[in-house]
Design a protein around this ligand. Structure first.
Ligand SMILES: N[C@@H](CCC(=O)N[C@@H](CS)C(=O)NCC(=O)O)C(=O)O
Length: 202
């Protein structure tokens, strides 16, 4: 068994990407197992063979620690990699947590959106997704980072904003002037810039 941290997930950003950014920022050596469809290597081989009590993707293996649930994995890595400062200062940590949950919620809504079609899909976007994005847009305003300084909320933002920009470019336009500078700022963080330039970003 490897003594390295192992992160397993699909070969997509999805629910693993905030943890991937965190691993990159920390500089720790880690391994990834990236699954792709048809998913025999996950469903037919690894799912029930890794000793995970609650098998799912993403998963994280770190010696005795075998966990799933993307938020649990992220919170574990924050502690494990000594990155607690990213949770925010004082009462800001509740806002950071609020934003993390909000981005996860929007991610789920994006998935629901993708399963809908036609008028129903358009209505879902304008009633159930865009108002939440406008709240984030207003909250960010002209600040350099969501909380004014770099936190875990910004890593979640980066995953959300890139996904939104790629899947719904027309809707993204409304937010581009505010969101693009933050995307750029985050992608210019040396560890993240290196990760992207080395072609390791799914
Ligand atoms: N609440 C879980 C959801 C996990 C989940 O839905 N995983 C999907 C991909 S996003 C999956 O394909 N799981 C593999 C499986 O069901 O075996 C989390 O946040 O990690």
């Amino acid at each position: 068994m490897s003594d390295k941290i192992i992160l397993g997930y699909w070969n997509t950003p999805g629910k693993a990407q905030p943890s991937r950014y965190l691993l990159e920022l920390s500089g720790v050596k880690y391994e990834e197992v990236r699954y792709s469809y048809p998913a025999a290597e996950w469903f037919g081989r690894d799912k029930y063979a890794l000793g995970l009590p609650f098998p799912n993707l993403p998963y994280l293996l770190d010696g005795e620690v075998k966990i799933t649930e993307s938020e649990t994995i992220f919170d574990y890595l924050i502690q494990r990699l000594n990155k607690v400062e990213l949770l925010g200062q004082g009462n800001d940590k509740y806002i950071v947590d609020n934003l993390k949950n909000l981005f996860s919620d929007i991610g789920t809504r994006m998935y629901i959106y993708s399963q809908k079609e036609g008028e129903e899909q358009t209505k879902f976007l304008s009633e159930q997704i865009l108002p939440k994005i406008r709240d984030i847009h207003k909250f960010l305003g002209q600040k350099e980072y969501l909380l004014g300084y770099f936190t875990a909320a910004d890593l979640y933002f980066l995953c959300f904003a890139k996904g939104f920009k790629n899947t719904l470019p027309d809707s993204y336009n409304e937010f581009a002037a505010t969101f693009n500078p933050l995307i750029q700022r985050l992608e210019n963080i040396p560890q993240i810039a290196k990760y992207i330039s080395e072609g390791r970003h799914p």
